[in-house]
Design a binder for this molecule. Sequence first.
Ligand code: HEM
Length: 257
Amino acid sequence: MAEVLSPKKKRSWKEVITESAVWRSFFRHGLPDNDLDRSLVITSNVFLHLHPVRVRKHGVRITYTFGLGGLSFFLYLVLGITGAILMLDYVPSTSRAYSDIVRIQSQVPFGGLLRNLHRWGAELMVLTVFLHFCRVFYTGAYKKPREFNWIVGIVAGFITLAFSYTGYLLPWDQLAYWGITVGANIASYAPLVGPYIQRLMLGGATVGQPALIRFYALHCFILPVVSAMVLAVHFWRIRKDGGISGPPPTTGEGEEA
Ligand code: HEM
């Protein structure tokens, strides 16, 4: 006997969306209602799996880290986003750079806000990275097994300063021009290699177009790529070194795993 087919159930819009292949590709689990599902939701998502499975209590206590590394990274992201948008209206040419900056400030919609976010963010990031450095030193987090991450951190710190210095030339105003002239002259006094460093920095004897394009390439391409790699290693090491270091073991919660 032929099977009686039940009439096709009419699906709501919500069901059409949540049962579609596209939705299921992104959201692979329904709402989790047990521990196994909860951990699967985290581990099978590329962004959420960056979180550690466990965090020890002292690691989330604000007065231990003051969130300074996190704040530095937040500012790094703000600078990356605002910098990418600023690039749309800036040409690294000695005949245009300054007028482009003036135009961004005065005519581009939200240009003043963007530029101020980028400038203030940069100043703040140097401060938060320095304070983070002090916190790490104060809590002795540079000791074994974190000595490698301490070195990685120092590299990240120098990259932050290099971002700051290379960005300084880009507005091509008097402050930028003389700031870089003085900096390059100081570098030229280094024993033996000084004049070579100065030439490498400026691409010539004085601050001009070759220097501007070098600083632009460093600021907008080379340093972002290198810093992304260095920070990836920095965060990976935090996880591999057993999470955030703890208070001295006498308190009972700081022993390393
Ligand atoms: C771009 C700059 C940097 C960023 C974005 C960054 C980010 C972070 C973050 C998010 C953490 C974990 C939470 C926290 O401590 O707040 C951390 C931990 C750490 N950072 Fe940095 N950091 C930077 C620069 C530095 C510098 C300059 C040093 C030292 C020279 C350093 C050394 C360390 C060490 C040793 C840890 C592990 C701390 C612990 O286990 O208690 N970092 N960093």
